[in-house]
Design a protein. Sequence first.
Length: 376
Amino acid sequence: MKDYHKYIILLAALLVQLSTAAPAETIATEKHRLGYETVVEGLSNPWSLAFLPDGSMLISERNGTLRIVNTLGKLETKPIEGLPDINQHGQGGLLDVVLHPKFKDNRWVYFSYAERDGKSYGTTVARGRLEGRRLQQLETIFRMARKTTSRHHFGSRLVFDPQGYLYITLGDRGDRERAQDLNDHAGSVIRLNDDGSIPHQNPFIENDSGLPEIYSYGHRNIQGAALHPMNGRLWTHEHGPQGGDEINIPDPGANHGWPVITYGVNYVTGTKIGEGTAKAGMVQPIHYWVPSIAPSGMAFYTGDIFKNWKGNLFVGSLKFQQLVRLELDGEKVIHEERLLTGNLGRIRDIRQGPDGLIYLLTDSHDGKLIRLFPTP
């Protein structure tokens, strides 16, 4: 039986190589010989990837376009219609895209974007029913309060948990003090029901100490979020300043400290931020990076194709153009390996495909969808 599974994995890798016109490259890693290839290219700063049940894929581009890769693996020239007017503004634009857990039944697609109000912008989340190549019945389910003219730190990742709650990650919008204000959405994780209503179990629902949709706060700019495959808990990572990128496990009502505590320092001057690296009542990260790797995208690997990576956590690095692989012991990072340094460019998103392979998006004006596979 073991030999049978081995041959199935090798056959899958061979079929992947034969299915694309782009030549595959290979590298050696600690636990796998790794191949990678371009599935599609010519994307404009792609930000997020979602797999549709029929085998096609949705890709969000920061310029406000939602693209589709069809079942033949080809990028369609005509984008998905029906989105609101989305303008790229600094780090903002069209950001994450995810499917409702019951997408096969209800066809809901959720997406986050930087919404304009006059000269100000803030992160907004909307949903629409995908019918053919168009989003119908568009609904706005969340608007960040308050909008500003800042071009920085919009977040934003969207994750559904096993109970059907939707988590929305938000940045501090470049105004660090906002992350400690519980009457401000900036620098927080939001938890909603799938229709945008507020769950009765949220930590600030029954008192006036904070906005009822806030789940955790004290975050700088979260651009990675994923559910742990064993216990369903939300894991996030966020950009630090100069140093101090963090991986966190947000709990209800938890204060993650920014900008009172951080392992980073001020840009240029290198001076201390806040009160140091720890303070009573503020949560420590389970892992941090100094110097910063500029993390974006996050995925736990749960498949069988990369058998030696099962249970590992993967994080993209924009700054060092890397894929970071983390081995875990419970909630502790015990080993780190850095892959593909400089091979692909800035890695913006990471997803495990339904085929058990790993897919990456590269952040550039000529961005690519890359597929990773094991080679013999």
